[in-house]
Design a protein around this ligand. Structure first.
Ligand SMILES: *[C@@H]1O[C@H](CO)[C@@H](O)[C@H](O)[C@H]1NC(C)=O
Ligand SMILES: *[C@@H]1O[C@H](CO)[C@@H](O)[C@H](O)[C@H]1NC(C)=O
Ligand SMILES: *[C@@H]1O[C@H](CO)[C@@H](O)[C@H](O)[C@H]1NC(C)=O
Length: 296
């Protein structure tokens, strides 16, 4: 697990929202170019064509999928089956951050499958990796719903408990998806890592030169408004206190606003935006969250 995660971390030294070069261009281009900035799906430069595959990480029991959306896009995804020896009858729907592709997150998924015993659906938003289309808030929410409906409809997963797990942008996706599906009552847990209260509130810290333009940002991702509507779902907040892109105060604020019980906040004193996942205890916290609050 250690070395795979290390290679993941070194691969993921990604500009996200923070590069100063991007910030300079941004002042005049925010409105028209913001989707390219908010969703840097071409970083690393080969991220649209080179999607690492599960077999490259020693994962054997998996399927590569193309899942159609209701509005005509086609989403590439990996479905990984839990290690049979300690399978937990839990399926994690993983929502990735705003750069790279699902292949870059396979080392994380491998730990969830091998060590924590969960099935994992790694879904790639439109415009990322081999998925068709281009990303925007409305479209990504269609994608997230498509992924959830796929898990619901897969017969071998009937009765398996569903957990939404979102990192950074993926946290906003998980929150919005859970809120839209409360009536179904079939989401058994939510795990959020280094996500933000809203895209507009993130801009002043992530892109200081653009702070006066934040009101023009048409991608909203209003997690702080949506999160309090969610009740009855156990939630785990994983917060890197050295996060240089999404200040840790965003996670603290979301935790405070959360009305769902139980809610658990785990802080990583040395965790930065990209490497909190490699901090000691990270997967132990996920494992005990699932054992105590999600699994039957
Ligand atoms: C995470 O990404 C940011 C933005 O590119 C970069 O400045 C930082 O060095 C990265 N952090 C780590 C620990 O890789
Ligand atoms: C998962 O749990 C459901 C509901 O309890 C049950 O019907 C199903 O057989 C379980 N599946 C496995 C593989 O244990
Ligand atoms: C954080 O990093 C420092 C310096 O490397 C180390 O001494 C400390 O044990 C780390 N703390 C945690 C909680 O990992």
């Amino acid at each position: 697990m250690g070395s795979a995660l290390d290679s993941f971390i070194s691969y993921l030294r990604i500009p996200l929202l923070a590069s100063s070069g991007i910030a300079a261009v941004l002042s005049c281009a925010l409105y028209f170019k913001q989707n390219e900035i908010i969703y840097p799906r071409h970083f690393p430069p080969d991220a649209r064509t080179n999607v690492p595959r599960p077999s490259q990480f020693g994962i054997t029991d998996y399927e590569e999928l193309m899942i159609p959306t209701a509005d005509g896009e086609s989403l590439s995804a990996f479905y990984l089956r839990a290690n049979k020896q300690h399978a937990r009858n839990v399926t994690i729907l993983m929502f990735h951050g705003n750069a790279g592709n699902i292949g870059h997150r396979l080392p994380i998924a491998k730990v969830l499958v091998d060590d924590i015993g969960c099935n994992v659906l790694l879904l790639q938003y439109r415009g990322y990796g081999h998925s068709t289309g281009s990303p925007n808030e409305k479209g990504i929410m269609i994608d997230a719903q498509t992924g959830l409906d796929y898990v619901r409809g897969r017969s071998e997963l009937r009765g398996s408990r569903i957990v939404l797990y979102g990192q950074s942008l993926g946290g906003a996706v998980a929150i919005a998806l859970a809120a839209r599906n409360l009536k179904h009552g079939d989401i058994s847990g939510i795990i959020l890592e280094n996500t933000f209260t809203s895209m507009r509130k993130l801009i002043p810290s992530a892109l200081p030169p653009a702070r006066f333009l934040a009101p023009l940002c048409h991608e909203i991702w209003p997690s702080e408004e949506i999160l309090p509507r969610i009740t009855g779902i156990p939630m785990l907040f994983l917060s890197g206190l050295q996060d240089e892109i999404v200040p840790a105060s965003h996670m603290a604020q979301l935790f405070k606003l959360c009305r769902s019980q139980p809610k658990i906040l785990r802080e990583f004193p040395n965790g930065t935006h990209n490497d909190t996942v490699a901090e000691p205890g990270y997967f132990v916290y996920i494992d005990s969250f699932i054992a105590e609050h999600v699994a039957r």
